[in-house]
Write a protein that binds this ligand. Structure first.
Ligand code: 5GP
Ligand code: MG
Ligand code: MG
Length: 177
C-alpha cells in the first residue's frame, strides 16, 4: 500500500479547492470541461467532480501509445475522441498518472489545435521521469517513486483498477524476481 483511500480523498478535496478558485462559476466560456483519459482516470475524475464546488461537464478520451508495454514512445493513437467541440471552452485534462509525460504532451498539443479558451492538467500521480518533459502540469496530487502502481483506476493487464487505494505491485505478479 502506497496511498490510502483517506489520503486520496483528502488530496482530491485539496486539489478541488485550488481548481475551483481558478474558474469563475459563471464564466463566458461555460462550465469547466473535465476531459478524462480512459480508463485510468475515471475514479479520480468522478471523485474530483463531486468535490468541486463549481459546475463541471464530463467528457472522455481514450488514447493508446505505441511502444513497449513498459515505456511509451510518445506516438499516440486516439481510440475514442471527444464527442464535443472544445473551442472556446475551459478545458481541464484529468490524468491518473504521468510517467514519461509523452502521452500527455501529445494530448496537449492535439487539444490545443482545437482552440480551447484554456487548457490545463490535473494528475493524481506523477513519477520522477515526468519532470524531464516540457509538459507544464499545474496540479499534481502525489509525487511517487519510480515503481509500477495499481489501484484506484490504475491497472495491470486490466486488473486491480477496482482497489480503493493505490499500491505497488509485487514483481512476483508480473513474473519478475
Ligand atoms: P507516459 O506517456 O506519461 O509515460 O505514460 C502514461 C500512461 O502510462 C499512464 O496514463 C498510464 O496509463 C501508464 N502508466 C505509467 N505508469 C504507470 C504505473 O505505475 N501503473 C500503471 N498501472 N500505469 C502506468
Ligand atoms: Mg492515463
Ligand atoms: Mg494501463
Amino acid at each position: 500500500m502506497l496511498i490510502t483511500e483517506e489520503q486520496i480523498a483528502e488530496k482530491t478535496q485539496e486539489l478541488a479547492e485550488i481548481i475551483a478558485k481558478r474558474y469563475p462559476p459563471d464564466a463566458a466560456e461555460g462550465d469547466l470541461l473535465l476531459v478524462g483519459v480512459l480508463k485510468g482516470a475515471i475514479f479520480f475524475m468522478t471523485d474530483l467532480a463531486k468535490a468541486l464546488s463549481i459546475p463541471t461537464q464530463l467528457e472522455f478520451m481514450a488514447v493508446s501509445s505505441y511502444g513497449s508495454s513498459t515505456s511509451s514512445s510518445g506516438v499516440v493513437r486516439i481510440m475514442k475522441d471527444l464527442d464535443k467541440d472544445i473551442a472556446g471552452r475551459n478545458v481541464l485534462i484529468v490524468e491518473d498518472i504521468i510517467d514519461s509525460g509523452l502521452t500527455l504532451s501529445w494530448l496537449m498539443r492535439n487539444l490545443k489545435t482545437r482552440n480551447p479558451a484554456s487548457l490545463e492538467v490535473v494528475t493524481l500521480l506523477r513519477k520522477p521521469d515526468a519532470l524531464k518533459t516540457p509538459v507544464e502540469v499545474a496540479n499534481v496530487g502525489f509525487d511517487i517513486p519510480n515503481e509500477f502502481v495499481v489501484g484506484y483506476g490504475l491497472d495491470y493487464a486490466e486488473r486491480y483498477r477496482d482497489l480503493p487505494y493505490i499500491g505497488t505491485l509485487h514483481p512476483r505478479v508480473y513474473g519478475g524476481e
